[in-house]
Design a binder for this molecule. Structure first.
Ligand SMILES: NC(=O)c1ccc[n+]([C@@H]2O[C@H](COP(=O)([O-])OP(=O)(O)OC[C@H]3O[C@@H](n4cnc5c(N)ncnc54)[C@H](OP(=O)(O)O)[C@@H]3O)[C@@H](O)[C@H]2O)c1
Length: 292
């Protein structure tokens, strides 16, 4: 994909999950187009070193204290305000929905919904106080927000929740600051070739893909995981999303929702959600995951 040629004029960006995958590619691409990036990881040693205009920040989305400390440190280093907040960090829980422990369900929502919302609450006051008020919040949700995936119930539901919050916040913000001064963009990637699936939390019975299991739900989840791993491993590079994010950061009028991925997933998938009856849509998703 073509690199963005315009510059982002030293915009200060707070980016979660900058240690790998989409976040790491985005940090590099934003710096290349002129931004300063404060990027986070739970383990600061995983963040890039020697990258000019990159500022490493330790932050764990499952720990409210860490969110407050990490963001406050970064915001004061950035001179008291960020131009852009990108809620990118995330991980997923995989397995039969009814076997998911409540503690894992809470953790999934903490990482993908409550943590990002806490960061929005922390970033917005300074964006509103700017003269004139301005700011951009990009929430990386997923195509799973509108195309829920079997054995990823909590992940799909949490992404749908953040997607819904993005729309609501956009409307509410237009009532209190000049319409459009603070923008919310919901970026919905399809499968992207990162380590995301390798970091999945799942029941032990699913860890060994060759294991023979008696539980039919686990056996079906195993087949689904096999197809999902293939989809992720053959998906576009994270640079593809990073270039979209650079363009959004530089755009005078960014889109409100952007589905991005292969033509099959981002375009046909989005059309299928709009036009196919739910029963057909669910049947085709199940057929896809039984296909290999
Ligand atoms: N890859 C895909 O196919 C795909 C598709 C749709 C949406 N997405 C979304 O894209 C985002 C990035 O995923 P990726 O594919 O780039 O995966 P990845 O390579 O596994 O990166 C995940 C990032 O999130 C951070 N992270 C995970 N759990 C965290 C927590 N509790 N607190 C703070 N940081 C945490 C990780 O940092 P540390 O481990 O260093 O702390 C890492 O930097 C996620 O929100 C994911 O849901 C991915």
């Amino acid at each position: 994909m073509q690199r963005s040629s315009a510059t982002a004029d030293g915009k200060r960006v707070f980016l979660t999950g900058a240690s790998s995958g989409i976040g790491l590619a985005t940090a590099r691409a934003l710096i290349e187009c002129g931004c300063q990036v404060w990027g986070t990881s739970r383990q600061i040693a995983r963040l890039p070193t020697g990258l000019e205009n990159f500022h490493p920040i330790a932050l764990d989305l499952t720990d409210e204290g860490s969110i407050l400390t990490g963001f406050s440190k970064a915001q004061s280093e950035a001179g008291g305000r960020f131009d852009v907040l990108i809620n990118n960090a995330g991980g997923g829980w995989f397995g039969p929905a009814l076997q998911m422990p409540t503690s894992d369900l809470r953790e999934q929502f903490q990482t993908l919904v409550f943590g990002p919302l806490a960061l929005i609450q922390l970033a917005l006051p300074a964006m509103r106080a700017a003269s004139p008020p301005r700011g951009l919040v990009i929430n990386i949700t997923s195509l799973a927000a509108k195309l829920p995936l079997p054995y990823a119930a909590a992940y799909s539901a949490a992404k749908a929740a953040l997607s819904s919050f993005s729309a609501t916040l956009r409307m509410e913000e237009a009532d209190v600051t000049a319409a459009g001064a603070i923008r919310f963009v919901d970026v919905q990637p399809g499968d992207i070739c990162t380590d995301f699936n390798r970091a999945l939390h799942m029941p032990d019975a699913l860890r060994d893909p060759a294991a023979v299991v008696a539980d039919p739900a686990i056996a079906a989840a195993q087949r689904t995981l096999h197809v999902s791993n293939h989809d992720v491993d053959t998906g576009p590079s994270p640079d593809f999303i990073a270039q979209h994010l650079c363009r959004i950061v530089q755009a005078a009028n960014p889109p409100v929702v952007l589905a991005c991925g292969t033509f099959y997933q981002a375009t046909l998938g989005s059309l299928a959600v709009r036009f196919l009856p739910a029963r057909w849509l669910e049947r085709s998703i199940r057929q896809h995951f039984a296909s290999r």
